[in-house]
Unconditional design. Sequence first.
Length: 369
Amino acid sequence: MTSPNLPAVLFVATPRALGGSNRSLVTVLRRLGGRVHRVLAAPADGAFVELVEAEGLADERIVLPRRPQSPVDRLLRLAGGARIAWWAVRNRKRLAAIHANALTGLNLSTPAALLTRRPVVVWIHDPVGSRWGALLGPALRFLIPRLQLAAVSATAEAVAVENRLCRPGTAAIVPNPIDPTEIRGERTRSGAAPLHIGFVGGATRRKGFDLLPEVVAALAAEPVMWKLYVFLEPSEENAMVWEELRRFPPGLVDPVGKLADVRTVYADLDVAFIPSRAESFCRVAAEAMMNGIPVVGSDIPPLRALLGDDEAGLIFPSEDVAAAVAALRKVIGDPELRRRMGAAGLRRVAAYDPGAITDQLLGIYGVDG
């Protein structure tokens, strides 16, 4: 248990998986131990909560009665908001701020903010806005006068503006923290053929997963192996893509699956391929850079901001398969280019120091850490 004199910060995180927003929150929770009383409102199970509990990253837990895909999900969300509000009211004197992790946590935080008048800090990781968000945004701004926006990038801030939660230029830019102790693996690759090209993340259209079969086919004669670190269960969205990928000969495409320890992932890669159509920050690119791995990615603002002007990787126009193949072929064929880009990535990713980012969040919470 933490000291009763520590101020409390209530973290609201609704996803069960260890996606980019929750992994960034884990890094912050690790850094906040002994500095604030960490109260986590999250679903009862899932990879995120399992990690939090295994490492003791929450000093107190509020279990959200959430059942994804349930017809009563909205009623359960209301119940979750009520649980959060009940805790906040009972601990009002100690509560310094409510941290809504991504826009999904904002609605659940509203009742607690109304009853306690404590600030709500929304750490926006969302890459795109929504129609409902734009409709609800003005009401939330009215109901939560102490609403404060922290966005992982200018793209994420634009989502907040689109959702009418703030005006341009008024959100604090608080990027994802990239901690080398959590990310960096013992590299097992030495550049020997076949080179390992990794696709890491969601097997979704937004991540560009549907472009893989055509890219793999175009590079089939190159000395490469494709390592797919994604959920392997086909969905309605990607079933046809998996069918195409299964047609390639053995040894060309390796569907490894989703791994909890990303250090294992990056230890096995030579190049990271990121053909995303939309990202708010692109944590996968930053993690690859932390491991000295060059990135070949689509030309979207967050990726360009991370990689620089052909410094830590090569950029190709989004959805342009021919350009993606050309960029990959250039990186595959030039070991010195891979080395230079890997070194540049290590230099650039140092800007996302988790200590500085955690201190920035503490300042937004109004806590003297």
